[in-house]
Design a protein around this ligand. Sequence first.
Ligand code: NOJ
Ligand code: CA
Length: 705
Amino acid sequence: MKLIKMSVLLVTVLLFSCSEKFGVQKVSSPNEAVQVEFEINIEGVPTYKVVYKDNDVIKTSSLGFDLKDAPPLSEGFEILNVTKQNFNETWEMPWGEQLEVENNYNELKVELQETKELQRKLNIVFKVYNDGIGFRYEFPEQQNLTDVIITDENTQFNLTGNHKVWWIPGDWDIYEHLYNTTKFTEIDALSKANHSNLAQTYIPENAVNTPVTMKTDEGLYLSFHEAALVDYSGMTLKIDKEKLAMQSELVGSERTGYKVKRTVPFNTPWRTIQIAEKPGDLIESKLIVNLNEPNKLGDISWFKPTKYTGIWWEMHLGKSTWDYGMTQDMGTWINDGKAHGRHGATTENTKAFIDFSAKNNIGAVLVEGWNTGWEHWIGFEDREGVFDFVTPYPDYDIEEVVRYGKEKGVEIIMHHETSAATETYTKQQDAAFGLMKDLGMHTVKTGYVGKILPKGEYHHGQYMVNHYNNTVIKAAKYQVAVNAHEPIKATGLRRTYPNTISREGLRGQEFNAWSSDGGNPPEHLPIIAFTRMLAGPIDYTPGIFDIKFDQYKKDNQVNTTIAQQLALYVVIYSPVQMAADLIENYEGNPALQFIRDVGVDWQQTKVLNGEIGDFVTIARKEKNTENWFVGGITDENAREMEISFDFLSPNTTYEAIIYEDAENAHWNDNPTAINIRNIEITNQSNLKLKLAPGGGFAISLKPKK
Ligand code: NOJ
Ligand code: CA
């Protein structure tokens, strides 16, 4: 096991005397650029404001809760006690964008008590970093508050202007929306409701989801999110156009009628604001993981970051199916061995993927549609009891494919589509993960398509937050890592449970295969890099080479060039990175060399340039080698870029392979035109690159021997 390097922990605790109790409490970041000011106002309402380099970033905003069967916890408070401390450590990621993470902040903890009647207590803790802040509520043990039912959390974020905002609606049931770029006062989430391509959606208010990223008129970048979402409801942010303010709007439940139920003592998740002068600094920030507790699992070397292929895209294209047999009489599938012959997850097909992966330095194969239940998928109200997570279809010999994979050094990735029938899945988890353990399978992709069962629950409410978290904790007991689709948002829990490897939680590549609205436009990923990706790893499933796939779907296509598909292996971070296309589309294509070579686990990450929604270039150094990889992507606009390689090691000549858009490449008119060239590069080199509309480039750099 690796040694966790802990630098000296400096803790300075200052207790304040009574006379200072009601004054403004200030705490600054270690470099003093960011400052939080906390104050109890005249009505006893807790308030805070945030200042960056002497300018307000968040104007005075109030904090509090509405409770069921109890008066609101929102006013009549006084400060009982204030403590401050400085914290500084360096910890190691078992896998990630970088090996070492500095966690350095100043903390302010304010202990509050109501002056009248119930004298209930509430603590608020601020952690102020050089790259932003996190704050949370702590409900300490006390007499007059034991069980808490939260009907609303009223955390305000009062903005200083009508910022430019990159947002998706505050959907309680799905994050798979296209991002909108508007002024704050033009946010209209309700107009996005009832989107025809979503398996489930519920947008009750004009609210946005997090991470939501903004640019101020002064050119400062802000991103709002949450960290350590545990036993609580996901937070959306309700928009108040008149006040230029946002307020927390927790995801609710029609089953229970409340937002959150907890027993005291407990802490809420951290509410976070990342602050940056350059948009790329948002990507490099480690604020979200830093606000989570350290690794509780210890050694997880049984999980290895890997590239993977899969029996997957072929179903999305309609080349094959997840199900094996016919549906009969609305939902009763008779397993009489009568296959329709189009089933994708066969032993034979899996072996072909294993052979291809073994040949191309790809460590795993995902197999979807291997188990019984797919006949009933989607559209059936009564989905409980349908999927079976241990019983393969007759044409899939799971022991044999696992054995064959092992022989070739390729792991099989398990797939559990729950169809959002949570009780069935919870009941079967021990058996399902037990089977994986027996077979030596260490990764599962889970899925939650459809409306949540039990009825009245939503994907992002407290019930599901607990379901997703409990699944990860249970999986860890069986040495299983989880890549969830239709997940709860990432909030940095991968630090605490590093078997939380990746997730969807965005409009993924699959939309390009079948959506009726034209798929993901070229600006999608240049926005995602500065919004969704700030939350954590993304299973986007890049690497489609047959961009137009007319053989299968005339009306759909990927809206990027092939060079951009390569760039995504570097730009979009995930410790599991799919080569998503059909294997026949890779065979013989020289661009495959980049997928063969590219790393999946990183020592270091540097954002070289970027503007939200326009372009971004990221360089990553592979862990345990001296190899670097660079990826750059642009939106629908062609661009020229000059890249300086000053981040490379000095006195080293690198053999670089450059995969760039050919002269006349274009995401729609000529997406597969790629130019591949070999050159030598040192840390003195500068390179001019041309990116086509919807294009990009990928570079591999290996020290010359
Ligand atoms: C939706 C997931 O995002 C996709 O990757 C998967 O193939 C289907 N559900 C089926 O589980
Ligand atoms: Ca999905």
